[in-house]
Ligand binder design. Sequence first.
Ligand code: ATP
Ligand code: MG
Ligand code: MG
Ligand code: MG
Length: 469
Amino acid sequence: MLTGNEIRSKFIEFFKDKTHKHFESASLIPDDPTLLLTVAGMVPFKPFFLGQKEAPYPRVTTYQKCIRTNDLENVGRTARHHTFFEMLGNFSFGDYFKREAIEWSWEFVTEILKFDKEKLWVSVFKDDDETAKIWQEIVGIPAEKIVRLGEEDNFWAAGPTGSCGPCSEIYIDMGEEFGCESPTCGVGCDCDRYLEIWNLVFTEYNRLEDGSLEPLPKKNIDTGAGLERLTAALNKTHTTFETDLLFPILEKVAEMANVKYKNNEKTDFSLKVITDHIRAIIFLISDGVLPSNEGRGYVLRRILRRAVRHGRLLNITDNFLYKLVDFVVDMMKNAYPELEKTKEHVRKVIKIEEEKFSKTLDQGIEMAIREIEKLKLQKKTKFDAETVFKLYDTYGFPFELTEEIAIEHGIKVSFDEFNEKMEEQKNRARNSREVIKEEGQDEFIEKFYDIYGKTNFEGYNLLETKAIV
Ligand code: ATP
Ligand code: MG
Ligand code: MG
Ligand code: MG
């Protein structure tokens, strides 16, 4: 059976053999004001798709580090979602189109990875007869295994505007035991039975500000296959967490917490959350993000604080996240050599944010639980905004953390009300002519440099994606 590392290499080799140029993974910080983070392999190539820049090669292949915050809540709950994951991709900038993209993806999954054809299904965009025809007549997939889905699943865009197009996906049937009760359970169902492994996007439009679609000057291909999912499906592990890409980290965390995996559902959930989050934390900091209360820094802070809290749930009382850095870096540095260079910096940043948060975490949790008990006695089901805001303001609890604790106890919280409190506070500060910090700044950064001095880390050259020769 192939390991995750082997699948990554096989993919790149396969497309290099088909005259693709291998580009190294771009930073998680995109050179694109419309996007907070790199959410897919195509992000660094948007200017080529849009015809704003001439692509240096017509065919490119990458394995790209990605972060998706929209999947944060899914982590550990589904068998397939991560915040940080690796996307394998092949791209055509006005060169080949549907037929080659489809045939090669099929060749890779059936001849290189040797998936059982019987277990594979595909989806196409509801109106895309051309694609359905290629799958059926050229590849030879039976019509009943070609499922037509709507915009949500089969029309892909990285953001509200920009390059996009209909897509077609490959799914693998993981078996009935992963299915759900729904009578319509099938490809496109949210449960874990039909695992989406690869998305082929036929990038032929540009979505404009007003929502309309403008045809692009050239037709392009953008594909993305999740490495963790391919590895899980091929090795028939129950979740992506049990693949060789993630399981050693999970075991390490279990060892720190002195617990065994698969003994208790709640414990497993926390182990998975930490295992997932530590990769996101390391890669974000390595790419130059620092914890703050806004933008990318907030994403990092939220993920890091959530990981710390799950450490507490596992009864880890010491600061532990920073101790995982060397281990994770050793596992991933062959594929991402930058990790070795930034490792000291990453460890330091994690350590101080963790220390800072740990100090108030216990008090904050105590307060949250006390409030929840009070609400329960009063037979109330909703947190008042005042308390939620106090947890944020005094104890540094990201809203989402309070929300998670509340939900665990069947209590609701309102983001809008919380936001109102935030606004009120900002106005108060303005009115009383207090000195307010510039948006985006954070004392954390200043303190960090006070304590440790500036590190040599200079970030990467964000403008140019370097080709590996
Ligand atoms: P899903 O429907 O399972 O949420 P998606 O349709 O959002 O996946 P795409 O945007 O099509 O995913 O991304 C391309 C591929 O990247 C997917 O087919 C999958 O293999 C992988 N992928 C997407 N999101 C994640 C994630 N959160 N964690 C791990 N792999 C992912
Ligand atoms: Mg998704
Ligand atoms: Mg999908
Ligand atoms: Mg998809």
